[in-house]
Structures are given as C-alpha cells and as structure tokens.
Design a protein around this ligand. Structure first.
Ligand SMILES: NC(=O)c1ccc[n+]([C@@H]2O[C@H](COP(=O)([O-])OP(=O)(O)OC[C@H]3O[C@@H](n4cnc5c(N)ncnc54)[C@H](OP(=O)(O)O)[C@@H]3O)[C@@H](O)[C@H]2O)c1
Length: 334
C-alpha cells in the first residue's frame, strides 16, 4: 500500500511516499481502507520537528491525523463497528498515518461517517471538530453565550463558527476582509477585519474567546471578555498537565509551568479565566458531531484538494497560513 512518512525531521520536501505492507488489525482495532484524509497544521509541524520536545516519535514516522474510509477488517473483540461501515476518525496522537491507503485504529477512535457527506468532506471534520467541541464545552458554551472565535477563516475557525451557532451562541469572528461573505454564510453574526480593526473595539462582554492564534492575541482578547469570562486556547505552549499527558520532556514541562503561571496571572488581572486545550481522539464525541452534520447544522469547508503524490504541495498550502477552510488529500476516487 502507499503511505506518506519521514525518516528524519526536516524540510517538507523530504516527506516520502513509500510502499509499506498493509497493516493487520490487532485486538480492539479496525482496519480502514482510506478514501480521503485532511491536512492539519500538526502534520507539517510534526514533519519539520516542531513537536520534537513534546511528542516522542520513532522513525520511519507515518503522517496524517484524520480521515475517512471503509472498514475492511476487524480485530478481536471489536464491538459497535462492522465490516463495510463508512467511518471517519482522528488517529491517536502517537499512531498517526492517515496519508496512506490503509490504517489500523482503535475502534474507540472511529465514528460512522455522516450520511450526507462524501468521504472527502467527512475527512475534513474529525480533528477540527473534536478540537472545537472539546474546547468550547470545557469553556462552558451554552445557548446565548457570546463567543469570539479567532481566525474564523481557518480549518478550526470555520468549523467552530458553525458549532457555536448550533449551540445557540452569538458569534463574533476575526478574519481578513475577503472572507466576510463566506463567514456570514457559515453563520457568523459579526466579523472583525483583524488587519484593519482593533479586536477590543469591536467585541465586548464576551463569555468565551476561542484562541487559535496564541499569545499575540491574548491581551486584546482578555479585554473583550466580561468578568469571569473564559479564554480557551489551542495554540502556543501547552499547559503542564498536557505536557505530562503527551510525554513532553522535563525542560518543556518547566517552560509550560512558567508560561501558564504568567498567562494565568495576566488573565486574573482582567478578572477572567485562561484554559489551554490539547484535543484527543474520541469516536463517541465524533458521533455527536455526526448528528449535527446530519441535521444540516454543520458543513465541510474545503479550500483545496491534492492527490497523495502531491502531499508536499498540500503541506505548503497549509503552512502558508492562507487556506480558507480545510485541505483534502485524496487516496482513492469516490
Ligand atoms: N491544541 C490543539 O489540540 C489544536 C488542535 C487543532 C489546531 N491547533 C492549532 O490551531 C491553529 C489553527 O489551526 P487551523 O487548522 O485552523 O489553521 P489554518 O487552517 O491553517 O488557519 C489558517 C487561517 O488563519 C487565519 N489567520 C491567520 N492569521 C490570523 C490573524 N492574525 N487573525 C485572524 N485570522 C488569522 C487565516 O485567515 P485570513 O486568510 O482571513 O487571514 C487563515 O484562514 C494551528 O496552529 C494548529 O496547530 C491546535
């Protein structure tokens, strides 16, 4: 089978496409014939070695964090997933490899693909969808919440706008001027043109800020929150608990503690709360997202599509920071 991998960290042109043997599902695993996968920034960050201090890897390292396909094999003891089911999934962090024709995954990481989406569309959902659902639930989203979503044009942002609207929230998002129409169509109530407008002048009394950009937007974001509001971040140095959970080294652990202490102190000065979130795979949470998609509340937003042979170009597009929505990598014709 064809699969993308690296033999060492380095430039994105070093990503290789090889022909490792087709994997066999072990106990509790399913074998998925992948139809499409999607690019997430973590994929090329991993290839470049940006995650080296955080996540231990062994080489060759297979790349690709989410995708969609058909169940072709079942390991012993698998329940709730059947042969020929159409599924989508986020891989475990330490078992990546969805830029491949086949993958074996824990059955607990897969969910039935939304019936109203193609495989390419479904492949764009798992990582950004689970990130959003977990982060916004941790921040306490509910009907009527006022939510500021940074980078509404990105993969996470374009999902998050739709998810927050589905939860009954009022949504303000930041984006460049060219995205105003498309983000309104996703449901955004207000759009701040971050290149020409000050965020803190246009968003007030927010309950939640969903930060996909990191420390550059923290100060302005804290000012937009009402007292007791929550900034939930998925960008920058993770919190010490996450570093410990994903196996980061002691140096990063120390850095994380210091960083967390500084940000929390700044948040406290504003009377608001800072939380970090690092997403995890979950078939059951993905099934909640399936329901929202099948109810017509969330759709896929696709920037572009590349065959596996052009994976380096797909990575370069994502690394440009200019993609609107998600980038698909197709493994097979639908
Ligand atoms: N912790 C976790 O578990 C987790 C999970 C998922 C993602 N992440 C991280 O979250 C970040 C976002 O991921 P993504 O997939 O959404 O990335 P992405 O799709 O590559 O984001 C690209 C978008 O960012 C927008 N953007 C860039 N600078 C901006 C700014 N200053 N203000 C507003 N928008 C800006 C661009 O919009 P314009 O073209 O309109 O400028 C573009 O549409 C990445 O760093 C990723 O690694 C973390």
């Amino acid at each position: 089978m064809k699969a993308a991998f690296i033999t060492a960290y380095g430039p994105l042109e070093n990503v290789k496409i090889g022909e490792p043997p087709k994997p066999e599902p072990r106990k509790g695993e399913v074998l998925v014939r992948i139809m499409a996968a999607s690019v997430n920034p973590i994929d090329w960050k991993q290839a470049k070695g940006d995650l080296k201090p955080l996540v231990k890897a062994s080489f060759p390292l297979r790349l690709g964090s989410d995708g969609a396909g058909v169940v072709e094999g079942l390991g012993a003891g698998v329940e709730g997933v059947c042969l020929n089911d159409d599924v989508y999934f986020r891989t475990p962090l330490k078992a990546t490899g969805s830029f491949a024709e086949y993958i074996c995954l824990p059955a607990s990481a897969v969910a039935i693909k939304p019936a109203n989406m193609s495989f390419s569309e479904a492949a764009t959902i798992p990582l950004v969808g689970l990130t959003t659902l977990q982060a916004l639930q941790k921040a306490g989203i509910k009907a009527g919440s006022r939510v500021l979503i940074h980078a509404g044009g990105g993969g996470v942002g374009s999902f998050a706008i739709q998810y927050a609207k589905a939860m009954g929230a009022y949504v303000i998002t930041t984006a460049s001027q060219k995205r105003v129409d498309s983000l309104r169509a996703l449901g955004a109530d207000e759009i701040i043109d971050y290149r020409n407008q000050r965020i803190e002048d246009h968003a007030r009394e927010m309950d939640i800020v969903f930060d996909t950009l990191g420390s550059d937007v923290h100060e302005a974001s804290f000012q937009t929150l009402k007292k007791g509001g929550v900034l939930v971040s998925i960008q920058g140095i993770p919190d010490p608990e996450t570093v410990a959970r994903i196996g980061g080294n002691a140096l990063v652990g120390g850095l994380a503690r210091l960083n967390q202490w500084k940000i929390r102190r700044r948040a406290a000065r504003h009377g608001v709360v800072y939380i970090y979130h690092w997403m995890h795979e979950s078939g059951s949470e993905l099934a909640q997202i399936t329901k929202l998609i099948e109810a017509g509340k969330i759709r896929a937003v696709i920037d572009s599509s590349f065959p596996l042979a052009r994976l380096s170009e797909a990575f370069a597009r994502s690394a440009s920071g200019q993609a609107g929505g998600k980038i698909v990598v197709t493994l097979r014709e639908e």
